[in-house]
Design a protein around this ligand. Structure first.
Ligand code: DC
Length: 224
């Protein structure tokens, strides 16, 4: 079975999906990490992210694997664990840039489909309900105002000791939304049968409980 959670950056997808996976004892797959790994690889090799041909060449040769250690996803780029290296603003923006390339998406979508062959999964991203798994049993589109999403990201950055202003974070969120929403291939879109949940005013616990209720009702899954 598959639960697809899509939505823009900072809507709370990963927090919610991780907790739901724990409650259901399912596997959580964060697909954004895969696009981030491609961006990291290109940046480390000094490839300009607008040089699409070089990125396509690179993506044909790289190996991306997902493993789970203590139920947490780890992402391996050519067998190296890059889980913590991909969480910078440079890589966030880079991931959005490489994600416009159809050949990059094709390779990562294949991997995403293979991962769901083995287990029940809850997968988050931008195109999971619309393109990767159009037949997913439950599709959620999680959103929040850009100001609220920027506010959450800003607080996270401060907690990590980063020096950044709220306006810089808001601009980054708006720029990334713009690239994700307007790309020609698999843009961020709410699938017609996805359930919209606006998290602007809701705590993550409220959102998690709502999705668990939907899982019980729609998938008939028993939850302790
Ligand atoms: O979810 P995230 O912020 O880690 O994703 C980083 C970027 O990767 C995002 O801005 C767009 C791209 N992405 C995508 O195009 N499709 C997905 N399924 C997941 C992420």
């Amino acid at each position: 079975m598959i639960i697809a959670i899509d939505g823009p950056a900072g809507a709370g997808k990963s927090t919610v999906a991780r907790e739901i996976a724990k409650k259901l004892s399912w596997i959580y797959i964060d697909t954004g990490a895969m696009y981030r790994a491609v961006a990291l690889c290109a940046i480390n090799k000094g490839i300009d992210l607008t040089d699409i041909n070089s990125i396509i060449k690179e993506v044909n040769d790289i190996q991306i694997d997902i493993s789970h250690i203590d139920k947490e996803q780890h992402i391996l780029l050519n067998k190296e664990d890059v889980t913590s290296q991909i969480r910078t603003s440079e890589i966030s923006n880079g991931a959005s840039q490489v994600a416009i390339i159809p050949e990059v998406r094709e390779k990562l979508v294949d991997l995403q489909r293979q991962l769901a062959n083995k287990d029940n999964v809850i997968m988050d991203g931008r195109d999971i309900g619309s393109v990767v798994f159009p037949n997913a049993q439950l599709k959620i589109f999680l959103t929040a105002s850009s100001e609220e999403r920027a506010n959450r990201r800003y607080k996270e950055q401060l907690e990590k000791g980063k020096t950044i202003t709220y306006n810089e974070v808001l601009n980054e969120i708006n720029d990334r939304d713009n690239v994700d929403l307007t790309r020609a291939v698999s843009p961020l879109i709410q699938a017609s049968d996805a359930i919209l949940i606006d998290t602007t005013q809701n705590t993550s616990d409220m959102v998690i409980n709502r999705i668990l209720d939907l899982t019980k009702d729609k998938l008939g899954v028993q939850i302790d």
